[in-house]
Design a binder for this molecule. Structure first.
Ligand SMILES: NC(=O)c1ccc[n+]([C@@H]2O[C@H](COP(=O)([O-])OP(=O)(O)OC[C@H]3O[C@@H](n4cnc5c(N)ncnc54)[C@H](OP(=O)(O)O)[C@@H]3O)[C@@H](O)[C@H]2O)c1
Length: 351
């Protein structure tokens, strides 16, 4: 199979770098373009990234040589992965879709659009059936697919099997979110060293609304949100990568702890599709009394798993537990790459 040419919009940012890392040796996709703002454009990716490459290892050779371009829809590729800052992502992504590109985005701007899937292939694969509706907006075969906020995705992965098996009534979640989630340079060191910041702008609204779209139904061409409620409190903590979340749930049908753990461990809807980025175990339950931890668990399944632990009865709702997911992999670039793999497998992306 010839590889599909892909470009990365916002390739110089924290999430953009993850895209470069995850796509550099991808079996189905080949990076042919990297793009960012006019501040970075016009030089090689290696030059643009002087002092800015924050990931382990070197910049992949083939990508380092590419010239950084501006984010205009004249790039030599079929698919663009968007890691653009949300202040500019909306109209740029629309321009690409209008010109016929497949836009696989991390940014929040189009997540709640009524004709755009907010996709987690393990949870709501059928939502891609809304894509043909986007032809009313753009006629050249382009479309936009988004992945959820970095805190939403771990939460939804842990909740989806519980909703399926027992039904959900109410969810209360407190997040402890890593620094890389704020981009680079992100939070000033003097604000976060020796500290926790109990506010992340716009985050609680996203965590309270996105899961309901994802776990809702696509009925007669319309998304109908899932009928349960979520209360979220979001904090920034002094951790490099990996969002930890403390969750309490009320179930519709009573379940034993063993049944809850079994629902998580049996959850593997993509197992027969052989998608290169799909984790073999999407949800890993850790029985130890002090897991999951960002430092120890964020790289499980290449950063694509949701790790849960400390399941115990809740005296207010039914159960409480912790979950952890890697915010720039499963919560951003890895999620988008998996979305693109799923779209290709289903025939929505061709070479
Ligand atoms: N970090 C996470 O964990 C995470 C998780 C999920 C979703 N997201 C979302 O993913 C996106 C990227 O986040 P990030 O953390 O990677 O941010 P970041 O490190 O600040 O990177 C932002 C990127 O956007 C580019 N950009 C800024 N202004 C631009 C303009 N006017 N035209 C073209 N490009 C422009 C920047 O290019 P220059 O370098 O040239 O300025 C850079 O490549 C955001 O929408 C964010 O909300 C992030």
């Amino acid at each position: 199979m010839a590889k599909v040419k892909v470009g990365i919009l916002g390739a110089t940012g924290m999430v953009g770098q993850r895209f470069v890392q995850l796509l550099a040796n991808h079996p189905w996709f080949e990076i042919t373009e990297v793009a960012a703002s006019e501040r970075s454009a016009g030089v090689s990716y290696r030059e643009a990234m002087q002092g800015r490459w924050k990931l382990e290892g070197e910049i992949p050779q083939k990508v380092a040589r590419l010239k950084v371009k501006q984010c205009t829809p004249d790039l030599d590729c079929r698919v663009v992965f968007s890691a653009l800052d949300a202040s500019v992502a909306g109209p740029i992504e629309e321009e690409f879709a209008r010109e016929g590109y497949v836009v696989v985005s991390n940014a929040r701007n189009h997540r709640m659009d009524p004709d755009v899937p907010l996709l987690i292939p393990e949870v709501n694969p059928e939502h891609i059936e809304i894509i043909p509706k986007q032809r009313e907006r753009w006629s050249k075969g382009g479309f936009i697919v988004t992945n959820p906020n970095c805190s939403t995705i771990g939460l939804v992965m842990a909740l989806a099997p519980l909703k399926e098996a027992f039904g959900l009534r109410r969810v209360v979640v407190t997040t402890l979110q890593a620094l890389s989630g704020a981009g680079y340079p992100g939070v000033a060191s003097l604000d976060i060293l020796d500290n926790v910041i109990p506010f992340i702008s716009g985050e609680e609204e996203k965590v309270e609304t996105e899961p309901l779209k994802i776990m809702g139904e696509l009925r007669e061409g319309k998304f109908v949100p899932a009928p349960f409620s979520i209360s979220a409190s979001c904090t920034r903590v002094n951790v490099r990568d990996g969002h930890l979340e403390s969750v309490s749930v009320e179930l519709e049908k009573k379940a034993s702890a063993e049944e809850v753990i079994r629902a998580w461990e049996d959850f593997n809807p993509l197992k027969d599709l052989e998608l290169p980025s799909a984790p073999k175990r999407p949800i890993i339950y850790r029985p130890e009394r002090d897991r999951p931890q960002p430092l120890k668990d964020r790289d499980a399944e290449g950063g694509m798993a949701c790790v849960v632990g400390r399941l115990r009865p809740c005296k207010v709702l039914d159960y409480k537990f912790f979950l952890l997911s890697h915010n720039t992999i499963r919560g951003a670039a890895g999620a988008a790459v998996l979305n693109a793999e799923y779209l290709l497998k289903r025939g929505y992306i061709t070479t």
